[in-house]
Write a protein that binds this ligand. Sequence first.
Ligand code: GLN
Length: 427
Amino acid sequence: MWPDEARAQAGAVDAKLAAGTAGQLAGMVIGIKDVLAYAGHSLQSSSRMLDGFKSLYTGTAVQRLLDADAIIIGRQNCDEFAMGGSNETSYFGPARNAIDPNRVPGGSSGGSAVAVQADMCLASIGSDTGGSVRQPAAFCGVIGFKPTYSRISRYGLVAFASSFDQIGPITRSVADAALLTEVMAGPDGMDSTASQREVPAYSQQLTPAPHYRIGYIADAVNNEGLNPEIKAAMETQLDVLRGQGHVVEAVDFPYLDFMIPTYYILTTAEASSNLGRFDGVKYGYRAPDATDLESMYKKSRAQGFGPEVQRRILLGTFVLSASYYDAYYTKAQRVRRLIKEKTDELLRQYDFLVLPTTPTTAFNIGEKQDPVSMYLADIFTVQASLAGVPAISVPVGEDAAGLPIGLQVMAGAFREADLLAFASTIT
Ligand code: GLN
């Protein structure tokens, strides 16, 4: 159904092009992650829980793409409810890295990154809660951009952790990331948390300043878990930046060890609440063998959610439970504030902070069996998510096995224009 529709859309865009009335994205073929609502089309968050579910409405970001005459080609595989870093938690099975099909494409927007990597579409739209656009982009050698929290409306995005979730593009060029963000961003009556700020024409502002002040987190570059080839690529990049006349300095960031616990306490708490709506009544999957209301809830949720989603719901309800709330949830909120304040402070002293996107290149499918080792791999991406600031991953070469390496750049809140202009000089 999608390809037929896409063909029809393309025909309509052709006519508009001939008439000179085509929109900004005329003819751009775009895939969307399976967490974005598009009326009349399946929306499953790669979960059995939403088997057979079709969106009743189109989310704001997707609607804006359509209004700009993009062609939506199809739905993309991801981790179940965007929970994961390898696309292996998907009910549909893993997506595979196009460079080596035994390796993961990253996650949770894994299918979205591979689709761009393998030229199945020009761009993908993913969602990033703790790195899900940036990390798969790094593993697939493409660009992944998470704008400032609230820059793009979340209306029509299946909620994972609402104070973190942000829609973002995966592309081959920074210019396309800028253009797509410009089209999708902006105030929206359907999402009261969407920023009211005017959206700059990012795609017209890609000229970088001659000199920037750039900080790098020394503990990140010297992190013992960091793959030596990624470390070497980072150091080369820092030298290149120095050679270009930028000020490049090491900075102290004392909270690196607190990042993963804080992120996982807060996001599981939010997820346990957001996923409460999937009760077997309103959406998708309902257990066939239930005998009463209570057992319908229990069986539908036990059969509908995969193991990773269940683990997170359990973790989330635990940290929110009466006797542990202060010890975990409240404390994590406080640590988030510290991380945010320190990050904001550094981003006032420096135009950008650079760090690796990931500690390793794409790993093998099935390699990370222990959930904690999977969580720890998010060490470099969750800072921007906890602080709500924009961050981009750009490819900066590959390791000896030919697997791509990503460099991540963060900027202060709403400094997307500067960030994109700078990032366009790296690729
Ligand atoms: N890997 C992270 C997690 O599992 C990020 C997921 C995301 O950004 N959606 O929570």
